[in-house]
Design a protein around this ligand. Structure first.
Ligand code: NDP
Length: 276
């Protein structure tokens, strides 16, 4: 399996992010070096962690053990909600845990509107990017009103907004806003967060292409322009989830998947107005 099949998305600052990456949420910190190491071995070149996952050190260990050139890897991490009051220190702590001089992408994990300090946090991320320690900066779980506010207050548009997005919850309105403003959409829970959709349409499409439902779902993310970061603790699923570039979904397949959207009723994870 080679990483070279994975396309890139060009962000609004001109950098290219591998469209398919590997997420490590809920990967045991004690096993992260091994699991992220397997992901790198089977061909992933983009890893998504967060201070809140407490496994940045394992990701850093996997990077070093892999022997892969740092310039060939994309590493994302995120500012924990409890650190919004001191983002610069928290960012340095993430770099130290990772053992890296810079990350490729640093995200505000949640807006935490109850604190209402995300615009000043965004200003700190802008300074971090200017220092070169984060090559790109963005946000996660931001709604349109949060994006509008940070853009209005700073003039700096996030490169990425990482949000819950899967076949049951397709985020059409937010994606249209992203497209209008040049923000890349990154999908968390790309496979539905552990309960793959059992829609018969997906099974039919998968059978028609000789693929699994997970592969069809990830291929759909690619067609839809999303960056996707599926997680698996299992090598064979890591390989399966990367092996999606040898078939094309038809326009009819794409229409059938679009029709599975349950909009807000499809949400499975935390709500951006409540988390934090
Ligand atoms: P996913 O949608 O990636 O689903 C992961 C689950 O699906 C696991 O239970 C995994 O099981 C299973 N799975 C993986 N591959 C397959 C397959 N081929 N067939 C069947 N089942 C499969 O959910 P995640 O929660 O992991 O989200 C992905 C990433 O998104 C996270 O790891 C994290 O990096 C990011 N994230 C970000 C959030 C944010 O607030 N910004 C919130 C949540 C996630 P197993 O491991 O046993 O194989």
């Amino acid at each position: 399996m080679s990483e070279t099949n994975v396309p890139t998305i060009t962000l609004n600052n001109g950098t290219a992010i591998p469209q398919l990456g590997f997420g490590v949420f809920r990967v045991d910190p004690d096993r992260t070096a091994e699991i992220a190491g397997t992901a790198l071995e089977v061909g992933y070149r983009h890893i998504d962690t967060a201070a809140g996952y407490r496994n940045e050190a394992g990701v850093g260990d996997a990077v070093r053990a892999s022997g892969i050139d740092r310039d060939d890897l994309w590493i994302t991490t995120k500012l924990a909600n409890g650190d919004q009051e001191h983002p610069d220190d928290a960012f340095q702590a993430s770099l130290d845990a990772l053992g890296l001089d810079a990350v490729d992408l640093y995200l505000i994990h949640w807006p935490v509107p109850a604190k209402d300090i995300y615009p000043s946090v965004w200003k700190t991320l802008i300074a971090i990017a200017e220092s070169g320690r984060a090559r790109s900066i963005g946000v996660s779980n931001f709604r349109i009103e949060h994006l509008e506010r940070i853009i209005a207050e700073t003039g700096v548009v996030p490169a990425v907004n990482q949000v819950e997005l899967h076949v049951d919850f397709q985020q059409r309105e937010l994606k249209a806003f992203h497209a209008e403003h040049g923000i890349a959409t990154e999908a968390w829970y790309p496979l539905g967060g552990g309960s793959l959709s059992e829609a018969p349409e997906l099974r039919r499409i998968a059978d028609a292409h000789g693929k699994t439902v997970a592969q069809v779902v990830l291929r759909w993310h690619m067609h839809d322009g999303n960056i996707a970061i599926p997680k698996s603790n299992h090598r064979e699923r890591m390989v399966e989830n990367l092996d999606i570039f040898d078939f094309e979904l038809t326009p009819a397949d794409l229409d059938a998947i679009a029709a599975l959207d349950k909009a807000e009723e499809g949400r499975r994870g935390g709500h951006p107005l409540q988390v934090g």
